[in-house]
Design a binder for this molecule. Structure first.
Ligand code: AMP
Length: 281
């Protein structure tokens, strides 16, 4: 497995590596959710390149950039065991050298709502770094998790609008046995937060069940989630949305395929999760 620190090394690797390449962009501190993306990329491409980069530009000034968990040695061991061909792990200065002055901004409804409303500038940072990573890796396919559903919508829009020659592949959310969506941030949960956090997926499941039983009022379904989460004092709901899965516009009438998404805090750890109406629960 090659460890690539610079853009020049990554480009060299790609031009020497034959066949199709799959890119898995990550911020490291890898878990089974990331590894599911890696395995899918491994199955569908001759070469797999994983990027590990905690991108400073997608964190707000009061967010957890400095405290974001990092363990590169462990990440590299996990990726070696998965048969990954190359890891691109640049420094911030390599990605944003002196004089860097470009921002990729996906405009309109899909970035102004949900995470975009609560994390100003977040998706500019995401779109910019993903555009750079796609350009650097020269991969035919790039793999993203449904856990970050809005990010997936934004990345698809950006790749289509910029005519990037890459297929964006979406992968299912991987969960702990008790339903909690795997996340690098889960290690920051206190024991009490970790105990309480599965309420989020349980509440989303309740909305799915009520939809399956015939409930079509989106507001009633949002209230179902609010009530369920409110019963768990260790978790504070930030928002609950039932929206069109493509436009992310809030719905009055719930429909199959709609995205039910939420953000919440357990102590000072922010968690997000989502499910689809009409999906399994
Ligand atoms: P991150 O390192 O959190 O930026 O995530 C890197 C990629 O892994 C993103 O495409 C995420 O959506 C995806 N990912 C993170 N957690 C999960 C999970 N629990 N299941 C599936 N994909 C995930």
């Amino acid at each position: 497995m090659r460890l690539l620190r610079t853009v020049a090394e990554a480009r060299q690797w790609r031009s020497a590596a034959g066949g199709s390449a799959g890119l898995v962009p990550t911020m490291g501190y890898l878990h089974e959710g990331h590894l599911a993306l890696v395995r899918r990329a491994r199955a569908e491409n001759a070469r797999v390149i994983v990027s590990i980069f905690v991108n400073p530009t997608q964190f707000g000034p009061n967010e957890d950039f400095a405290r974001y968990p990092r363990d590169e040695a462990r990440d590299l061991a996990l990726l070696r065991a998965e048969g990954v061909d190359a890891v691109f792990a640049p420094t911030p200065a390599e990605m944003y050298p002196e004089g860097f002055a470009t921002r990729v901004e996906v405009t309109g409804g899909i970035t102004s709502v949900l995470e975009g409303a609560h994390r100003p500038g977040h998706f500019d940072g995401v779109a910019t770094v993903v555009a750079k990573l796609l350009s650097i890796a020269g991969a035919e396919r790039a793999y993203f998790g449904r856990k970050d559903a809005q990010q997936l919508v934004v990345v698809r829009r950006m790749a289509a609008d910029l005519n990037l020659p890459v297929e964006i592949v979406a992968c299912a959310t991987v969960r702990e046995a008790d339903g909690l969506a795997m996340s690098s941030r889960n290690v920051r949960l206190t024991a009490e937060g970790r105990r309480a956090a599965p309420v989020l997926y349980a509440a989303l499941g309740e909305a799915q069940r009520r939809f399956a039983d015939g409930e079509r009022s989106a507001e009633t379904l949002r209230a179902v989630v609010r009530t369920r989460v409110a019963a768990e004092p260790a978790v504070a709901l930030e928002y609950i949305s039932i929206a069109d899965a493509e436009t992310l516009a809030e719905l009055d009438e719930a429909q199959a395929g709609a995205l039910v998404s939420l953000a919440a805090r357990a102590g000072d750890t922010r968690l997000i999760d989502n499910v689809t109406l009409g999906g399994e629960y």
